[in-house]
Write a protein that binds this ligand. Structure first.
Ligand SMILES: CC(C)(COP(=O)(O)OP(=O)(O)OC[C@H]1O[C@@H](n2cnc3c(N)ncnc32)[C@H](O)[C@@H]1OP(=O)(O)O)[C@@H](O)C(=O)NCCC(=O)NCCS
Length: 153
C-alpha cells in the first residue's frame, strides 16, 4: 500500500448523484456490468454504497446489504488505473469495521473462481471459502464457478 496515496483516500456513502461516476468504473471493469438502474434500486432498497474518493475523483466502491446480523457484499470494484495501491483493502476494512459497529457477526460474498486478485484480497482479510456454486456466473465461453466466502467478525 502506498501510504501517501492511501492518506488521500476519503470514504463516503454514495448517492444517486454519484451513479454516473460509478457507472464509468463499472462498465470498464466487468464483462457483465450492472446497469445504473440496478445501482439506483440498491440505493432505494437501503443498501449501502460506499465510495473511495481522491478529491473529486471516484476511485472505487463497495455495495453491501445488512440483514439482521449478516452483511452481504454484492460488489467491490476499483478503477483499473487506481489498482494495486490498497483502495480495495481500505474499502473492505472500512465496511467490515462498520459492520462490527452495526452488530453484524458475519460478512459473506460470491466471487468468480478465476478472480485471482479478489480471492487473494478476501483471503488476506480473513475470508474463507465455505461453498462452491458450480456454473454460477456467465462468462465468455459459457459458465464459471462461484466461490462463496465468509468472514466471521
Ligand atoms: C479485486 C480488486 C477490487 C482489487 O482492487 P485493488 O485496489 O487493486 O486491491 P488492493 O490494492 O487493495 O490489493 C489488496 C490485495 O488484493 C490482492 N491483489 C490485488 N491485485 C492483485 C493481483 N493483480 N493479483 C493477485 N492479488 C492481487 C493482494 O492480496 C493485495 O494485497 P497486497 O497488495 O498486499 O499484495 C480490483 O482488481 C477490481 O476492481 N477488479 C474488478 C472488479 C472485481 O473483480 N471485483 C471483485 C468482485 S467479487
Amino acid at each position: 500500500m502506498n501510504p501517501e496515496f492511501s492518506e488521500r483516500v476519503a470514504l463516503e456513502l454514495l448517492q444517486e448523484k454519484d451513479l454516473a461516476a460509478v457507472m464509468h468504473i463499472e462498465k470498464c471493469c466487468y464483462s457483465f456490468p450492472w446497469s445504473q438502474g440496478v445501482f439506483a434500486d440498491c440505493l432505494r432498497s437501503g443498501y449501502d454504497l460506499l465510495g473511495a474518493w481522491d478529491n473529486s475523483r471516484l476511485l472505487g466502491y463497495a455495495v453491501l446489504r445488512q440483514v439482521l446480523d449478516e452483511i452481504h457484499l454484492l460488489n467491490l470494484c476499483v478503477a483499473p488505473h487506481c489498482r494495486g495501491q490498497g483502495v480495495a483493502r481500505i474499502l473492505l476494512r472500512s465496511l467490515m469495521q462498520g459492520a462490527r459497529e452495526n452488530g453484524a457477526v458475519v460478512v459473506s460474498l460470491e466471487v468468480r473462481a478465476s478472480n485471482v486478485a479478489a480471492r487473494a484480497l478476501y483471503r488476506s482479510e480473513g475470508f474463507m471459502d465455505i461453498a462452491l456454486r458450480p456454473d454460477y456466473y456467465p462468462d465468455a465461453r459459457g459458465r464459471e464457478d462461484g466461490h462463496i466466502m465468509e468472514c466471521h467478525l
